[in-house]
Design a protein around this ligand. Structure first.
Ligand SMILES: Nc1ncnc2c1ncn2[C@@H]1O[C@H](COP(=O)(O)OP(=O)(O)OP(=O)(O)O)[C@@H](O)[C@H]1O
Ligand SMILES: [Mg+2]
Length: 250
């Protein structure tokens, strides 16, 4: 490593301590060993792209951070803003500021857009107000009385993100937010994620559309069968054809 790089890293470390940290995380579905000793950091206000081929363990890693019951975290440490998550259950992790937007979007059937958001705001501390969420996603405001499950795919993704922001979160976990969406809707959501980042949100984004995720992200890690094979800047991945071919098939 060049002296310049070392200095840059040292400066980065001095000014931006790890805000979220995963250290030597091992997680299983039953006897299936999926997350195999994963360590990485995310700094405050940073967007990290978590990439890798199908089945690499990306969703499993997000679910582990959110402390879902499966996969089961058997060893390792997770810390958000210096508070341990590895010894918590999912509702405590949510209370401590982990906001997972799952691939399924998890819109609650039978409830309107507004009721879906309000439900997220039941337990304090409150995050974004309804007005602020509708400012960010005017389509949600227009459809506030519509049943959430009848929204288009893109609108459901907006609702899922809006619901996460409605709670006072410190770490936003996005699992394939662009999946199945037309390019014009992807652009619309990209714009809102840029805005959310400007508000200082720390984010981990998982995406099959690696180029789109890398355009948004500051840093990237690549998972391959549950292990990290790359940890560096998003630009390094975009510029490195071999890396992209080998691990991302792009
Ligand atoms: N509930 C489960 N029980 C058993 N194995 C599972 C379960 N969920 C996922 N797996 C396995 O764990 C591995 C990692 O899956 P995961 O969903 O984390 O991958 P991924 O990187 O998110 O893939 P994709 O890009 O397809 O979404 C896969 O081999 C998958 O079959
Ligand atoms: Mg997945």
């Amino acid at each position: 490593m060049s002296t310049e790089t070392l200095e840059k890293n040292a400066n980065h470390a001095a000014t931006a301590p790890a805000y979220f940290e995963a250290y030597d995380v091992h997680a299983y579905y039953g006897e299936s060993y999926i997350v195999q000793g994963v360590s990485f950091n995310v700094h405050e206000g940073e967007i990290l792209a978590l990439l890798g081929r199908n089945g690499a363990g990306k969703t499993s890693m997000l679910r582990t951070i959110a402390r879902m019951d499966d996969p089961e975290l058997r060893s390792g440490e997770l810390r958000l803003d210096h508070v341990t998550l590895h010894d918590k259950r999912s509702h405590d992790a949510a209370q401590l500021g982990v906001g997972l937007v799952p691939e399924t979007r998890s819109i609650i059937p039978g409830l309107t857009v507004e009721e879906n958001i309000k439900l997220a705001q039941i337990a304090p501390p409150m995050g974004w107000s309804l007005d602020r969420i509708y400012d960010l996603f005017p389509r949600l405001g227009e459809r506030r009385k519509q049943e959430g499950t009848t929204l288009s795919g893109g609108e459901q993704q907006m609702l899922a993100i809006g619901r996460a922001l409605a709670r006072d979160i410190k770490l936003l976990l996005l699992d394939e937010p662009y999946e199945g969406l037309a390019p014009v809707i992807v652009q619309e959501i990209e714009k809102t994620l840029h805005y959310i980042r400007e508000q200082g949100m720390t984010t981990i984004i998982v995406e099959q559309n690696a180029v789109a995720a890398l355009k948004l992200a500051d840093r990237a890690i690549i998972l391959e069968t549950g292990k990290i094979v790359f940890d560096g800047s998003a630009k390094e991945v975009l510029d490195n054809v071999d890396l992209r071919h080998e691990y991302l098939a792009i």
